[in-house]
Ligand binder design. Structure first.
Ligand SMILES: [Mg+2]
Length: 256
């Protein structure tokens, strides 16, 4: 892959830029060099927080970012609903902040008779929400999940992510989501291309996860750049059968 053919880099966050609150060494400087010539978007499947939260978090880590530089799977989900089912009556399983973000996007959140369930990586998930969500799904509500990840990496471990919630809901309702918007699925790719105006074949995804980041790039016509700072090492890669366009030890390497 020739970097000259790329106008926009999408950067995964967990495992690529940071682990929890720990910025990966040298990555900030690498991204600063990248941003001199390329559009850079921080792209995360992690729908447990809002775009504003990530802008804040990255700002505190020393990045100069605005909302235009950050996009989440929840943002893609809201954009897809707005474009395709604007009158949907949503039951959103999310933290209060993320729920408010769906509302701020102009969507009908918390109506009397929801016809659509939106599942996010809700760290405030409780039994009452599960019961209501399952009941609606069982009764035929359209079921959208923001992303598919089973776990969310943090420093020294893994948190149960939305994929685990989906299995729980499947156990009760027999149903998996009708639609998933985040990586590796195409909806988030189309949303980003619409937002940047840059075609997907001039866009590269840099990430640490084969099953989401690299699958996403390969399936949607983006260039696939695997970073070895997160969950995948060279041995995993070689055994996986995936073939990416470029492998980097870390984003810290960029243009050194
Ligand atoms: Mg990651």
């Amino acid at each position: 892959m020739d970097d000259k053919d790329i106008d926009c880099f999408l950067l995964d966050l967990d495992g690529t830029v940071y682990f929890g609150d720990r910025l990966i060494d040298g990555v900030k400087e690498g991204i600063q060099r990248m941003r001199k010539t390329k559009r850079v978007i921080f792209l995360t499947n992690n729908s447990s927080a809002t775009r504003d939260f990530y802008v804040n978090k990255l700002s505190k880590m020393g990045f100069e970012v605005t909302k235009d530089d950050v996009y989440t799977s929840a943002n893609a989900t809201a954009d897809w609903i707005k474009a395709n089912r604007p009158n949907a009556r949503l039951y959103v399983i999310a933290s209060p902040e993320v729920k408010a973000e769906f509302e701020a996007a102009g969507l009908n959140v918390n109506p009397c008779f929801p016809d659509t369930v939106v599942l996010t990586f809700d760290k405030t998930l409780d039994y009452a929400k599960l019961v209501k969500g399952c009941e609606l799904i069982k009764n035929g509500a359209f079921y959208i999940a923001t992303h598919p990840d089973m776990t969310c990496p943090i420093d020294g471990g893994d948190l149960p992510d939305i994929g685990s919630f989906m299995r729980l809901i499947e156990g009760t309702t027999g149903k998996m989501p009708d639609l998933i918007c985040g990586k590796p699925y195409g909806i988030i790719a189309d949303c980003i291309s619409k937002m940047t105006g840059i075609p997907l074949d001039r866009t590269a995804m840099i990430g640490d996860r084969l099953s989401t980041d690299m699958r996403f790039a390969i399936d949607n016509g983006l260039k696939a750049v695997l970073t070895l700072t997160g969950e995948t090492d060279l041995n995993d890669y070689e055994k996986s059968g995936y073939r990416v366009d470029k492998i980097i030890a870390s984003v810290a390497e960029w243009d050194k």
